[in-house]
Design a protein around this ligand. Sequence first.
Ligand code: PEP
Length: 256
Amino acid sequence: ADARKPLIAGNWKCNLNHFEAIALVQKIAFALPEKYFDKVDVTVLVPFTDIRSVQTIVDGDKLLLTYGAQDVSEHDSGAYTGEISGAFLEKLGCTFVTIGHSERRTLHAETDEVVLRKTKAALRHGLTPIVCIGEGLDVREAGEHVAYNVAQLKASLAGLTAEEVGKVVVAYEPVWAIGTGRVASAQDAQEVCGAVREALAEIADPATAAGVRVLYGGSVNAKNVAEIVGQSDVDGALVGGASLKADEFAQLSAIA
Ligand code: PEP
């Protein structure tokens, strides 16, 4: 696990205009001294309209915090009204982009095929895709969550080379735990994240799989993060609600 530096990624979702974004990034930077970045990577995934403002603060103040987007077009440019390309995100200094968050899979009908195309688009532009997977409550209650997540992962990464797989971050986010306050147990998180790593070894190879960061997401906060990230195959967290509170986000990043 030493090879895998923990990653704490704040998913702001559709919250905070560019003005509010500046204030939050400044507060996080103030609350999270540089020394913590030796042992944890911290990033914020912000609305597209916030990226330029966040870049200004991060670059101007030489912050170690990185930033990224919550979605990317599968296309690089052209007649795709309303789309944002990976080339634009790269130009704005983005490091990460979430792909296939359950809210996009559900509300925007993003299939595994779409997620795969967007993942390839991110990789084409040097962005690190955070590929999201996760089962709904019905699947969990049927006891089929491991097989479901492995299938979703394999379909979302189908045909990538081992080198490409090595550049991906995977986020396991059980849908029933997102925004509900109902966090998965550390054992539940480890069960699926461990299965994800085994699947990555099949998709690519064991050495590649050993280097890929697998995150857990779903109602993570400063109180529960330590136990979850303490699991052998959990390499950090994707954090929604708690990422909007500077003190809590800084605190959970410092713990991870
Ligand atoms: C998320 O949006 O990815 C998420 C995990 O949200 P929350 O932490 O609020 O459950």
